[in-house]
Design a protein around this ligand. Structure first.
Ligand code: ZN
Length: 203
């Protein structure tokens, strides 16, 4: 199983990061051990002092495919979940400055909290699907698929040009504005619409 994460897929987040709006999707990867299983706390790692949350809709690939056309991409996923792309912003900044890969800032163990449940996409309005994150009961992020720069089908078409997608692969589809730092004892809850999808405690 592989985890593909899309960067800068919401214009308001690209703006808050002082990053240009991409003309093609941008992606990076996390290893399978990045998944933080539901109910498991996130232990603040010693190598960073500035871990940020990025709440993202997660697409689960349901069949194998390569060079998938946008037109047929909808056949390759049937469920949508929710996760966080934890980012060591301090390390990411250092990597960017040195022109190095981002891996250490993005791909560390536990950096991908994931909802236990995935929702059947046929029950969702994928053109305007709202999701949100609360930090200690305060809403910090609110996004909708309508603000994606590249929609899910376009992302699948793009990524599958470079690598075969397999059943069980996950695509974290990018975060809207509002990203911010976490602290020990935080409680982060993610929602699709009104439905609570996950709760992560920071220890
Ligand atoms: Zn992200």
């Amino acid at each position: 199983m592989k985890i593909i994460c899309i960067g800068r897929n919401y214009a308001d987040h690209a703006k808050e990061m002082d990053s240009p709006i991409p003309s093609v999707p941008m992606f990076f990867m996390k290893p399978d051990v990045a998944v933080l299983r539901p109910g498991t706390p996130f232990y603040y790692p010693a190598f960073s002092k500035d871990i940020h949350f990025e709440c993202e809709l997660v697409v689960k690939i349901n069949r194998v495919g390569k060079n998938i056309s946008e037109r047929f991409a909808h056949k390759y996923y049937s469920e949508i979940g929710l996760g966080i792309d934890f980012t060591a912003r301090d390390l990411q900044k250092q990597c960017k400055e040195k022109g190095h890969p981002w891996e250490i800032a993005k791909s560390f163990e536990g950096s991908a909290p994931l909802s236990k449940e995935f929702i059947d996409k046929s029950t969702l309005d994928l053109a305007n699907l709202q999701f949100s994150l609360t930090q200690n009961e305060t809403q910090v992020q609110l996004g909708s698929t309508k603000d994606m720069i590249f929609n899910i089908d376009q992302l699948i078409a793009y990524v599958s040009q470079f690598m075969t997608l397999k059943k069980g692969d996950l695509i974290y589809t990018g975060t809207p504005a509002g990203v911010g730092p976490i602290a020990i004892d935080d409680e982060l809850k993610g929602f699709i619409g009104e439905k609570e999808m996950f709760m992560v405690r920071v220890k």
